[in-house]
Design a protein around this ligand. Structure first.
Ligand code: AP5
Length: 250
């Protein structure tokens, strides 16, 4: 078996038909993390950095829905088409659709390399069904990181975000600008603004977060899994803060 751990995420992004290039037989201590935090708090940015440090794959439900949205309309299931509409508005995709999508990819949660879940779970119902699956398979969570950031900073981060249409790398017009304007530093792909980063969608996303996702903080606090982390400062500082807080639990 190879000892190289990639973040290819093919199986996660494309479902059972995808191919994982690096079965992780060699990871002594697999990290299994959930990242919580408001839209724009920096979960995706941190997941990428944490992947580089901890080697677990970055599993984002938002990335799966966005990848599905790029498929030919005829290849999309009615539920996936409906999910695109919810996303555009900034509303949460219905739990049943989300769970069906995650269930198809449950192998990624059983991976011996661990995982970093970004954007899932997002409602109490999702958290409960995930807990059932993990308990049943005897998969212990290492921690649930809650990134905390004031609202004005969140709005500034979202409105300046640009994402690579090809490899999904995330940039910011002022905080993390690409070397060449409009081009991805990693793969040269075109940088685009996400449809749900428009001001009217941001408001809906913040409402959905406050209503549906903040109860998860208490849910995981009760399970003694919550790791609050201040999300201000540079991405590298926040990542160091996160790994330090996680190591303190072990
Ligand atoms: P999703 O893709 O999960 O989006 P989100 O939770 O709204 O989070 P974001 O990706 O917007 O932000 P982030 O916290 O990852 O921040 P980032 O690192 O990019 O979900 C999108 C939609 O999909 C949902 O609205 C919903 O419709 C649907 N969906 C997905 N999962 C679902 C589920 N489980 N249930 C129901 N519906 C679901 O950073 C933001 C910006 O800030 C970037 O430009 C970045 O460069 C910059 N930045 C990051 N860190 C720093 C820093 N330290 N300093 C300065 N700038 C920084």
């Amino acid at each position: 078996m190879t000892s190289e751990r990639t973040n290819d995420r093919d199986v996660w992004l494309h479902g059972p038909l995808g191919q994982c290039p690096a079965p992780a037989d060699d990871v002594a201590h697999p990290w299994r993390l959930i990242l919580l935090g408001a839209p724009g708090a920096g979960k995706g940015t941190q997941a990428d950095l944490l992947h580089q440090k901890l080697k677990a794959c970055h599993l984002s439900t938002g990335d799966v829905f966005r990848a599905a949205g790029k498929q030919n309309a005829c290849d999309q299931s009615p539920a996936m088409k409906e999910a695109q509409e919810y996303m555009r508005r900034g509303a949460l995709v219905p739990d049943a659709t989300v769970w069906e999508m995650v269930r198809e990819r449950a192998g990624c949660l059983q991976c011996r390399g661990g995982f970093i879940l970004d954007g899932f779970p997002r409602t109490l119902a999702q958290a409960e069904v995930l807990k059932e699956l993990l308990d049943r398979e005897h998969i212990p969570l290492s921690g649930v990181v809650d990134y905390e950031l004031p609202l004005d900073e969140i709005v500034a981060r979202l409105s300046g975000r640009r994402t690579c249409a090809q490899c999904k790398a995330v940039f910011h017009l002022t905080h993390q600008p690409p070397a060449v304007e409009g081009k991805c530093d990693r793969c040269g792909g075109t940088l685009i603004q996400r449809e749900d980063d428009r001001p009217e969608s941001i408001t809906v996303r913040m409402e959905a977060y406050n209503r549906s996702t903040t109860p998860l903080i208490e849910f995981y606090r009760r399970l003694d899994l919550l790791v609050p982390v201040a999300a201000n400062g540079s991405p590298e500082e926040i990542c160091a803060r996160t790994t330090c807080a996680l190591q303190a639990r072990t």
